[in-house]
Design a protein around this ligand. Structure first.
Ligand SMILES: *Cc1c(COP(=O)(O)O)cnc(C)c1O
Length: 376
């Protein structure tokens, strides 16, 4: 069976990257690899929209998130954590693991944070050194207004740390222009590469904290990665073939143009939302939706887990269900990276087939038709 991957990570990998990764392995301390690393670094700066260096770490995205706690803070420092879903909760869990006390802003799942709340907390507490937020909260399909939050953190002692793992290369993110101190991302979402690489950009303000940080750490010590990347190197053995595959993916983004890539995500996500509405279904996050992943409420009387399972096992179309408290209540269709309009059309057609099988009433074909009109 042919499989279609429309999950919010891992995402499909373009053939240019696949074939580059299949080439025989090379050694990483060679001019050949260093030339590739240099290109990758330039490509990452372009996608991150920053002039500062972007650290490249061999780990899943969470490794870079862990580093963004362990490498920035010191015992006694405090933090603000926005928890609007599963990944916001992870920031809190990481702070707790390192003994960092934090003020949590809990946001109802499906809604977005009010930046004013962050301002109020920062004004009252000068021990806060970092504000942890999620740009695209993949568990709910919600985006946060990072530009507004960055305006608030800019003139304070606190750095703004953004989990842009599912957002990078999919939604607007202007690291330097907006004044974001730390952007964390990884390979298997909008960057179209298999899991295994994580990335971090650091502003000068963030580098200041890294210099002073005394929390215990070793592998995720950003100081080591920064020192190495300045010499066009990595501190430990990098995931050589993933870096090589990433180089090809970044070339594609560069060639298409980041603005066009972002615009394509917007168009596809809009078309998916339109199709869901045409099918009489309700969006889970109608006020703050993300163009990287669309979350949809499972209609009354339909078994959400069975819907996702049947699409995958009987039709080869992989979408995601809900996580934690949203299990069985929503499903999520990704529009990130190398997911094309044709992939999405097949996804919506299959969704219609399975919905009909499960007893949901709608006019056959309206979803596909709405998608087609909006995406062409
Ligand atoms: C996927 C994802 C993560 C987790 O990344 P891993 O690579 O699984 O560690 C973290 N945050 C967000 C917003 C994500 O979408």
């Amino acid at each position: 069976m042919k499989n279609y991957l429309l999950t919010p990570g891992p995402t499909p990998v373009p053939p240019e990257s696949l074939s580059a990764m299949a080439r025989p392995i090379i050694h990483h301390r060679t001019p050949e690899f260093q030339a590739i690393l240099k290109e990758v670094e330039e490509g990452l700066k372009y996608v991150f929209q920053t002039k500062e260096s972007v650290l490249i770490i061999s780990s899943s995205g969470t490794g870079a998130m862990e580093g963004a706690v362990a490498s920035l803070l010191s015992p006694g420092d405090r933090a603000v954590v926005v928890r609007a879903g599963k990944f916001g909760e992870r920031w809190g869990e990481l702070c707790a693991a390192y003994g960092i006390e934090f003020t949590a802003i809990d946001v109802e799942w499906g809604k977005t944070v009010n930046p004013q709340k962050i301002k109020e907390i920062l004004e009252k507490d000068d021990k806060i050194k970092a504000v942890y937020v999620t740009l695209c909260e993949t568990s709910t399909g919600v985006t946060a207004d990072i530009q507004a939050i960055a305006k608030i953190t800019k003139d304070t002692q606190a750095v703004l740390v953004v989990d842009a793992i599912s957002a990078l290369g999919a939604v607007p993110l202007k690291t330097d222009e907006w004044g974001i101190d730390v952007v964390v991302s990884c390979s298997q979402k909008g960057l179209m590469i298999p899991p295994g690489l994580a990335f971090v950009s650091l502003s000068k303000k963030a580098l200041g904290l890294v210099e002073k940080s005394t929390l215990p750490k070793y592998y995720f010590n950003f100081k080591a990665y920064k020192k190495s990347i300045d010499k066009n190197d990595t501190p430990y053995t990098p995931a050589v073939n993933l870096v090589i595959g990433l180089n090809e993916a970044l070339k594609i983004i560069k060639k298409d143009g980041l603005e066009n890539v972002i615009a394509r995500h917007k168009k596809h996500a809009q078309a998916v939302r339109g199709a869901m509405e045409a099918l009489g279904m309700e969006l889970f996050a109608p006020d703050a939706f993300s163009d990287a992943v669309t979350s949809v409420k499972v209609p009354e009387g339909i078994d959400g887990a069975k819907l996702v399972k049947t699409m995958r096992d009987a039709h080869g179309v992989g979408i995601a269900g809900g996580q934690a408290q949203l299990k069985g209540k929503i499903f999520r269709i990704a529009t990130m990276g190398y997911i094309s309009a044709s992939d999405l059309k097949i996804c919506i057609q299959t969704l219609e087939t399975v919905l009909a099988e499960l007893g949901y009433k709608f006019e056959n074909g309206v979803g596909v038709k709405a998608f087609q009109q909006a995406s062409s």
